[in-house]
Design a binder for this molecule. Structure first.
Ligand SMILES: Nc1ncnc2c1ncn2[C@@H]1O[C@H](COP(=O)(O)OP(=O)(O)OP(=O)(O)O)[C@@H](O)[C@H]1O
Ligand SMILES: Cc1cn([C@H]2C[C@H](O)[C@@H](COP(=O)(O)O)O2)c(=O)[nH]c1=O
Length: 205
């Protein structure tokens, strides 16, 4: 059981098809069953900028797309994430800044620029980075099929995997509390329990 009367903010990131959405929902069920009020959300947000960014992802590229996603993030924080945290809920977002750091780099944007435009965004209490071997991620993605142009690049899963390794180091250097979980051979329920166990520690950070 977590002790905090204030809410908590958790982000879940990792390569396409690694298991982010499954983990967010399983973790939410676990925490709810333990008596916490939980709010789940995702990027792009359901707000107007999120809808625009999603619509434009196939045709707008690079810096312009990076700025659109950063704008959606600030709006999402102000309108949905922070009010729920302030109301004492555990907010879990499926994708956050780490996702942008990888995606926008794949789209040719300099990581320093991505960090700068996201500099005013709230640090989560815990940033979960799901990891799996490129082979496992590739299999999960092949079974599910790509959603968009950024997943259709040759060897996308392997390139993403390398970027996530770098991004995890950058997050730790920037003072984020990061939990990296290899879920190649770990069930979703096990992953959710690992996050729950780490939360008590993150709460005091
Ligand atoms: N820990 C796990 N072990 C085995 N299979 C898993 C695990 N986590 C997720 N999966 C399976 O992998 C597939 C992709 O999962 P999911 O949609 O949660 O990934 P995602 O990272 O959210 O994908 P995307 O980024 O494309 O939205 C699903 O078929 C899901 O059932
Ligand atoms: C949050 C975020 C998203 N994107 C892009 C990557 C994908 O092309 C779309 C989301 O589409 P999906 O069908 O839900 O996978 O959004 C991005 O480039 N940068 C971001 O920060």
């Amino acid at each position: 059981m977590l002790s905090s009367e204030r809410g908590l903010f958790i982000s879940v990131d990792g390569p396409y098809g690694v298991g982010k959405t499954s983990t967010v929902h399983t973790l939410a069920r676990l925490l709810s069953a333990e008596g916490h009020e939980v709010h789940t959300t995702a990027e792009p947000s359901e707000g107007p900028i999120g809808a625009l960014a999603r619509e434009l992802t196939e045709t707008v590229t690079g810096t312009a797309l990076a700025c659109l996603y950063a704008a959606d993030r600030y709006h999402h924080l102000k309108e949905e994430i922070l009010p729920n945290v302030d109301a004492g809920r555990v907010v879990i977002t499926d994708r956050y800044i780490p996702f942008a750091l990888v995606m926008q780099q794949l789209d040719g944007v300099d990581p320093d620029f991505i960090w700068r435009i996201n500099a005013k965004a709230t640090k989560p209490n815990l940033a979960v980075i799901l990891d799996a071997t490129p082979v496992v991620v590739g299999q999960r993605l092949t079974e599910r099929g790509p959603h968009n142009r950024l997943q259709k690049l040759p060897s996308s899963s392997r390139i993403e995997w390398h970027h996530y390794r770098d991004v995890t180091r950058q997050l730790i250097n920037a003072g984020w509390t990061v939990q990296q979980i290899d879920c190649s051979h770990t069930t979703v329920s096990q992953v959710a329990r690992m996050v729950r166990d780490r939360l008590a520690e993150a709460e005091s950070a």
